[in-house]
Design a protein around this ligand. Sequence first.
Ligand SMILES: [Zn+2]
Length: 384
Amino acid sequence: MLTLTYEYKLIPDRQQIEVIEHTLSEGPSVWNYALRERKDWLASRKSPVNACSLKQEYIISPDAPYPNYHNQAKSLTKAKKINEVLKSVNAQVLQQVLRTLDRAFADMQSKKLGFPRFKNKYRMRSYAYPQMLKNCVKGNQIKLPQLGWVKFRKSREIPDGFELKQARIVRRASGYFVMLSLQLDISIPDVPFHGHPLGIDLGLDKFLATSDGELVDRPRFLNQLQRKRKLLQRRLRNKKKGSNNRQKLNQKIARLHQRISDTRKDWHFKLAHHLCDQAQSIFIEDINFISWAKGMFGKHTLDASFGQFVTLLNWVAWKRDVFVAKVDKNYTSQICPNCGFYAGKKLLSEREHNCPECGYKTHRDVAAAQIIRNRGVEEYALLA
Ligand SMILES: [Zn+2]
């Protein structure tokens, strides 16, 4: 299963904006009501049976079931029948709010996160339509529940073969956007291992290195855009909160942000195609990108966009009959790809692989990519 998220700017008319704003403002009230219900239930269970709590507590009958998602969704359906305001909002959108709350409670227990918080109407910036109809996109219009056909700026084509699973409406300084979750129902290694194999090492210094010796730098135009964004963000500090100028600057930043992410995605696509031009089988290290990015460079990650790149690579490769597989990443930089000699850790400053055993010399990232290729071939050539 492959999931991509595409974002488009919506061009809603005045009436549609009203519906979006109305939905955004009703979300928090459902969230807050449901959160209150859960908190009260939990608090009422903490009070001892034979004494009163020192704080004020609601007394909730011991028979009352815990307001879990299922129960809350049922009460919501009932409430929608009598409450005019709730009635006017799409049912699935509101159920989605309850589902998000449910997940927040589950996360709190499993990941030891804090208690979910109450939201004011500004904190809700988006909501989701969890189910989309087939053929809901025609040309530059998308059909959304309750909104009808909404125009959008089609900055890129929706890739064919993908099914539209969910649409999320987002309100930003720069306007309204729709984020489409697109899903392709495939198990990725559809194509067997064949042809010329290529190993890929992803890095910080270079974006990637291939086992054929190519080094791909991070695109410089992205750095320029990033720098520009940082500059604008710094300027934001001097602007008074709530002022007109600040809002204008915010919009400018949001637009730039969008441009950066579009440009980057485009570049990823091109790079994926470039790699598929050269090989019939591609091997890539098996990295948990999120924890990697956090651990290695904390917040000032240049762009922890490897995850997106790998997803796109998988998709492009699948379209072009190129085999892609992940291989074990351990010690890739410590072994000689030519003779298998274990040379130990390299310092970050050592840019060369220079084998003391066989004399093999190459760029360190290329050496790592070659190890990755060799592992992939060992693992998959036998299966093919
Ligand atoms: Zn060697």
